[in-house]
Design a protein around this ligand. Structure first.
Ligand code: SAM
Length: 267
């Protein structure tokens, strides 16, 4: 009998993977190598944790649901060495974790079938610690992955696309149907790989200014840049950054936002 007796908790985004072919594809995509330090977000009942442990021997995992902690620890023993962090992933300092337990370069690799209600906060939290993260493999709603990877002119291109692409290479890997999970979510899912850029590849001078510009621009995405950005930049500055004040945010490349934010940062 399974050690896991509690029913899935909707408010914690618990949709447990059970389809072996999908689990195998994720493990193959992560491809853990000797010396890598893997950190799983939301191990749940171990669907990804145990195959990763069998392949890699050791893993750190962060799980919020206290009902899962003891059964997870017990069931993990036969597969490898699990270091379980009992708590909220948003409270985990990945930079400190990587400094303490990271690989030879002081980095960790993040993996997770994320709770969908927290996907954006988790993505932004990981971005805040990007230098400590070598790469990320996440299962998310397919629609979120499309937003993350889309470019100008696409109707789903927005704040998430620009913020992630400024700091990471975003590669959608494959889609996953609802039937791969128990209970089945209402939406299709997809696995995405994010690889943080190195410091010299990142062109953003001031992260806060950049975040403010992108938030303002897409806060009112139907408005022209001149109007949407009126609290952060005037038309002259928008033009000086090589952008047309009458354009809309959804038409601007990631590099355009970076240029404008850098100009404002140097003011
Ligand atoms: N990895 C398992 C799988 O693939 O079957 C479970 C995935 S389930 C979609 C998301 C997991 O994240 C659940 O185990 C849930 O309890 C956990 N979770 C939800 N909120 C969390 C948080 N703030 N911090 C850490 N884990 C969280």
């Amino acid at each position: 009998m399974s050690a896991f007796t509690e029913p899935a908790k909707k408010h914690l985004g618990q949709n447990f993977l059970h389809e072996h072919s999908v689990i195998d594809k994720i493990v193959l995509a992560v491809d853990p190598r000797l010396g890598d330090v893997i950190v799983e977000i939301g191990p749940g009942q171990g669907a990804l944790t145990f195959p990763l442990l069998r392949k890699h021997g050791e893993l750190t995992a962060i799980e919020f649901d206290r009902d899962l902690h003891a059964p997870l620890q017990a069931a993990a023993r036969e597969h490898g060495q699990l270091h379980l962090i009992e708590g909220d992933v948003l409270g985990v300092d990945f930079t400190a974790l990587a400094a303490m337990r990271g690989d030879a370069n002081g980095q960790i690799r993040l993996v997770g079938n994320l709770p969908y209600n927290l996907s954006s906060p988790i993505l932004f939290h990981a971005l805040d610690h990007a230098p400590a993260v070598r790469d990320m493999h996440f299962m998310l709603q397919k629609e979120v992955v499309e937003r993350m990877a889309s470019g100008p002119g696409n109707k789903v291109y927005g704040r998430l696309s620009v913020m992630l692409q400024a700091y990471c290479a975003v590669t959608p890997l494959f889609t996953v149907p609802p039937g791969a999970f128990r209970p089945a979510p209402k939406v299709d899912s997809a696995v995405v790989r994010l690889v943080p850029k190195s410091t010299d590849q990142i062109k953003v001078v001031d992260r806060q200014v950049f975040a403010n510009v992108v938030r303002a621009a897409f806060g009112q995405r139907r408005k022209t840049l001149r109007n949407a950005l009126n609290s952060v930049a005037d038309s002259g500055q928008i033009e000086a950054a090589g952008l047309r004040p009458d354009a809309r945010a959804e038409q601007i490349e990631v590099g355009g936002f970076v240029q404008l934010a850098n100009l404002l940062a140097h003011r």
